[in-house]
Design a protein around this ligand. Structure first.
Ligand code: TRP
Length: 452
């Protein structure tokens, strides 16, 4: 253990911060539409299995590497493979975490714009107007870039206050606020007429629709939602103390993440079904479909509609901000530790460069032509390359590294806190990490390239 390195101050702070890294746009936006497209409750059941057999073992593996290394992701991998090339996997995690920061900030920035638009009542109007509003906003050269920079600066100012004074303190405030907002909106949504149809869709399994795609979709979603394979979990775990029970913590974090995802479904589906709107997919769900749903569902109670819309986008922005912080921290920790500069200067370097990446991503969505190539905008390329290639490849390599190359004694010591906590599930964990997870992730990868 290196002495004097920052660490989380309390157990609840550490759980909330890590859960904040996991809970993000993936929970509120991606999970509901994946559920909608894949048979409702049946998808949720498959998803829960994936979280248990894939997500949690991968998360524990990252925790082990991070806590053992007590350093940024690259160094943590390097410490376990001094002569090997496995440290390149750590480097890849840092690099993809870095690249995704700029792109994630763009969508996070949209949430801030929609908070602003809700306050100003700009989202009121017929469906055509709402569609046009999103299209003209997201392709504007200035506004979305402004909000991208704004949310990155927010993350920056939290990060520079360090682990306890910045990330932990902010998470202790932001996460409970997020839970309260979520519960209030779920309540408002469930009170709407015909809300029962949405609840039924979400909770009544249609096993007829469970096919291979559903499994692979659930596998991918569990990975995305738990922020695996981009150094986030590894970096946060490097600030864990030796007394943290890694198995229990991963269970708690996965439970919070799944709970938020299911509540997000309970927020969106009853409202959408109540006004007879079919929840769409992709960005259109939260930025086009939902403003319409809010307008129609609360048309008789404009103040309630205004408030629900404001609370919803605030919640989304909070969820995005805590994830953005965790992504930012991956690169910040790497830069200041590897370049031996101050944390503050490291953070400035990350913020400035990710603002530039974010600006380019944002501009590629219609403002300028030269940022699109190969039939995709730069924004879509980032989404595709990081999410669909580096994420599974990084996860696969992490499992192989931990399961087959890291000395077994180190893995056992970290898992059992040097023999002080039960090792009952150690055998199961090792089996999953050595055999099941690599094969399952390989299946996702091959499927993506339509090989299977
Ligand atoms: N888990 C976040 C979400 O649900 C997204 C995210 C943050 C992420 N960091 C990540 C996904 C690292 C994969 C890897 O929105």
């Amino acid at each position: 253990m290196s002495h004097g390195r920052a660490s989380f101050g309390s157990k609840i702070g550490m759980i909330l911060a890590t859960a904040g890294g996991a809970v993000g746009l993936g929970n509120v936006w991606r999970f509901p539409y994946m559920t909608g497209e894949n048979g409702g409750a049946a998808f949720i059941l498959v998803y829960l299995c994936c979280v248990f057999v894939l997500g949690i073992p991968c998360m524990i593996s990252e925790f082990i590497i991070g806590r053992h290394g007590s350093a940024n992701t690259y160094r943590a991998f390097a410490k376990l493979s001094p002569r090997g090339s496995w440290k390149l996997v750590g480097l890849m995690g840092v690099l993809t975490g870095y690249l995704i920061t700029g792109y994630y900030a763009v969508v996070s920035g949209w949430c801030l714009q929609y908070v602003y638009a809700s306050v100003m009542g700009e989202l009121k109007g017929n469906p055509d107007y709402v569609l046009h509003y999103f299209q003209s906003f997201s392709s504007n050269p200035i506004r979305p870039v402004f909000w991208t920079v704004a949310i990155l600066l927010l993350a920056h100012f939290i990060i520079i206050h360090g682990i306890r004074g910045g990330i932990e303190k902010a998470s202790k405030l932001l996460m409970p606020t997020l839970f309260i907002l979520l519960l209030v909106i779920v309540g408002a949504s469930l009170l709407l007429p015909n809300a029962g149809k949405g609840v039924e869709f979400l909770l009544k399994p249609d096993f007829g629709r469970v096919d291979r795609n559903v499994f692979l979709g659930a596998l991918g979603q569990s990975f995305y939602s738990l922020s695996i394979a981009m150094g986030c979990m590894c970096t946060y775990a490097s600030y864990y103390s030796r007394s943290v029970n890694l198995l229990n913590s991963s269970l708690q974090i996965a439970a919070i993440d799944t709970f938020v995802a299911i509540l997000a479904g309970l927020m969106i589906f009853p409202a959408a079904f109540s006004v007879g709107v079919n929840p769409g997919s992709g960005p259109s769900l939260i930025f086009i479909t939902l403003p319409n749903v809010f307008n129609q569902a609360f048309s008789g109670m404009p103040m309630v509609g205004w408030l629900v819309s404001l609370m919803f986008y605030t919640l989304l922005a909070l969820a995005a901000l805590t994830s953005l912080m965790s992504l930012h921290e991956v690169s910040t920790a790497f830069i200041y530790e590897e370049l031996h500069i101050s944390r503050k200067r490291g953070a400035v370097m990350v913020t400035v460069t990710t603002c530039i990446i974010g600006a380019f991503c944002s501009l590629s969505l219609g403002a300028v032509d030269f940022l699109s190539f190969g039939g995709k905008s730069l924004f879509d390329w980032f989404d595709f390359v990081t999410g669909q290639i580096f994420l599974p490849v990084g996860g696969l390599l992490t499992c192989l590294f931990l399961g087959w190359f890291v000395p077994r004694q180190i893995v056992r010591d970290e898992f059992t806190n040097w023999g002080t906590v039960s090792r009952r599930f150690f055998g199961l964990y090792l089996f999953l990490v050595r055999y099941f997870c690599p094969l399952a992730i390989l299946a996702i990868l091959l499927h993506q390239f339509s090989v299977i």
